[in-house]
Write a protein that binds this ligand. Structure first.
Ligand code: GH3
Ligand code: MG
Ligand code: MG
Length: 566
């Protein structure tokens, strides 16, 4: 199986992609985490605030409720005193009526219809549950007639109950003929009080942009038809009247969301009143949170439900600025990481991949590596080591080359090298006109020497022979051992004639030598100069033939082109 391999460049690219992907993923995850954290933080805070707000508001309502209950029963004796008191004054009606309209806020009214000493009807307007409808109807019709001026009347200055003047106001309406005496006690708190409550809330929670209070009532949760299913004309009237009051009330308080709007948002209402623990809901509107929360039932009355819905608007621009800063920091970190990855990978590419490639290139072209061109120190060391190794190889190669050209026994060139050099001489003959002569000689009766003195002596003769011949030739001439006791000489440059002369001189010199200081050895020689139409083979064959002739003619002689030498 082929082992897996990958280039540094490809690895670099892959690494780049993987790292970038990783950084992008981590960045994205971090961003999502940040966003989630941020949202949770905000929601927690808003929830906390809403609890506080509700607690506070509930507290205030409980107090109001307590006061209201205490003052709910009207002191009849006080009425009598008032009657006798107001019976004596006669004031212009208009300013008083105006004052009444200004101050009455939607809520419940207790209407007392009094005929001198006797209370005819006590009613609540709108009616209390369980009250006799005829009585109510009677009372309220009289009241309406009084209110609409059908029955001429006086309206008293408001006077206050002895228990609380803040939350309860009484008006006495006296008929002109003195037959009826109508007392209205306004048993809900007045506009000013509500305004004051809201102002206190706003002051207490300055981080809240707005707090609106919406006074809800039966029809919001529990439409009137359901409360009084068989009294259509009553709720028609109430509906009209109540809505009128509610609208005015909302306008006066500067509440933006009107009761009608809220009615349209049944889902919101359902969500608010359907909640288990804390009944609130957050509506995100850009960088604002609008929180609706709902109070307990104000009157703790199973049918006549009065709730207060608080609508709180939180301005969160400041928080979002902090969040943006955190996101910007995250982006900066991601960006910097990205840049660092690019830099590191460029570094690897520049200092490793490219440098390794340069090294390979030098080796491929059999050049030494220029170590000073490397920036990374380790690469210089490697380059240095490679160069040193190349130098060693060169020396070894030269040694090997010499060995491959050399005859081991005698130290002269071998047969293989002879072939090469002959080719070279032929080339230079044709190229430069450099003449040369080939000499071949063979030791005479060498077998006999071996036989007589032994193989070692034979070897020694061969060596001594080479020394003698080398001594006779020039530096440019070459001696080869081409067979067991057969040698070749390339004389360059040399003409045929001078070749013959040299060969003869060698033969003479050998014949005159006492080998191993004991015996004489002779050689037979063939000589010929290279001719223009010669080839290596033709030249060799011719010289070999001359050698053969020398042997035939009695050995120890030279045979060449022109002359046969003794
Ligand atoms: P001729 O005069 O006809 O050349 O006779 P010769 O004895 O030289 O004839 P031949 O060429 O047949 O014999 C050569 C002998 O040289 C045969 C071999 O034993 C011997 N010889 C060849 N190579 C070596 C060598 O390396 N060392 C030694 N000692 N003897 C060798
Ligand atoms: Mg031979
Ligand atoms: Mg021989």
């Amino acid at each position: 199986m082929k082992k897996f391999s990958i280039s540094l460049r490809t690895a670099n690219l892959l690494l780049f992609l993987v790292l970038i992907l990783a950084v992008a993923l981590i960045g994205f995850e971090q961003y999502r985490f940040l966003k989630r954290q941020f949202t949770i933080e905000l929601e927690k805070r808003i929830e906390g605030n809403t609890y506080q707000l509700q607690d506070y508001f509930q507290n205030r309502l409980d107090k109001l409720h307590y006061v209201f209950n205490k003052t709910a029963q009207l002191d009849l004796q006080k009425l009598k005193e008032a009657q006798s008191y107001f019976g004596t004054i006669d004031k212009p009606l208009e300013p008083i009526r105006k004052k009444l309209n200004e101050n009455v806020v939607f809520g419940s009214y207790d209407i007392y219809l009094v005929n001198l000493d006797k209370v005819i009807v006590r009613s609540t307007y709108p009616p209390d549950v369980g009250m006799d409808f005829k009585q109510y109807d009677y009372a309220s019709r009289i009241f309406d007639m009084v209110r609409d001026g059908v029955i001429p009347y006086h309206v008293s200055q408001p006077y206050f109950s002895s228990v609380s003047k803040d939350f309860r106001k009484y008006f006495l309406i006296l008929s002109k003929n003195g037959k009826f005496f109508v007392q209205i006690s306004h048993n809900y708190y007045l506009l000013e009080n509500v305004k004051r409550e809201l102002a206190a809330l706003r002051e207490r929670y300055p981080h809240i942009e707005r707090i609106d209070a919406i006074f809800s009532s039966n029809e919001l949760i529990n439409p009137l038809e359901q409360t009084y299913p068989d009294k259509k004309h009553v709720y028609d009237y109430l509906e009209r009247d109540k809505k009128k009051f509610l609208r005015r009330f909302a306008d006066d308080l500067g509440i933006r969301m009107k009761i009608d709007d809220l009615m349209k948002r049944r889902n919101l209402v359902a969500a608010l009143f359907g909640g288990k623990r804390m009944r609130y809901r957050i509506d995100w509107q850009g960088r604002r949170a609008v929180v609706y929360s709902v109070s307990e039932n104000v009157f703790n009355d199973s049918i006549n439900k009065e709730y207060i819905i608080l609508r709180t608007v939180y301005d969160l621009h400041g928080d979002f600025a902090g969040y943006r800063e955190r996101v910007a920091r995250l982006l900066t970190v991601v960006g910097l990481t990205f840049v660092m990855i690019v830099l590191i990978l460029l570094f690897i590419r520049k200092f490793f991949a490219q440098q390794l490639e340069r090294m390979t290139e030098a080796l491929r072209h059999d050049r030494d590596i220029r170590e000073e061109s490397f920036i990374v120190k380790e690469f210089r060391t490697v380059a240095n080591a490679i160069n040193a190794y190349r130098q060693k190889l060169r020396i070894k190669n030269r040694e090997l080359e010499t060995l491959s050209h050399t005859d081991a026994l005698t130290g002269v060139y071998n047969r293989r090298y002879f072939g090469k050099m002959l080719e070279k001489c032929i080339y230079e003959f044709h190229r430069y006109g450099k003449p040369f002569v080939l000499v071949i000689f063979d030791i005479d009766d060498f077998k006999a020497i071996n036989d007589e003195f032994g193989h070692d002596v034979g070897d020694e003769v061969l060596r001594e022979m080479c020394r003698i011949v080398e001594h006779e030739i020039r530096k440019s001439d070459m001696l080869f051992r081409v067979g067991g006791e057969e040698f070749a000489l390339l004389l360059v440059p040399a003409e045929g004639k001078s070749g013959l002369r040299i060969a003869e001189a060698i033969r003479k010199r050998v014949a005159g030598q006492k080998f191993l200081s004991r015996f004489a050895v002779t050689i037979s020689v063939g000589v010929s100069g290279f001719q223009t139409d010669d080839s290596a083979v033709s030249l060799y064959r011719r010289v070999d033939e001359f050698l053969y002739i020398s042997k035939q003619n009695g050995k120890n002689r030279v045979t060449g082109d022109d002359t046969i030498w003794e």
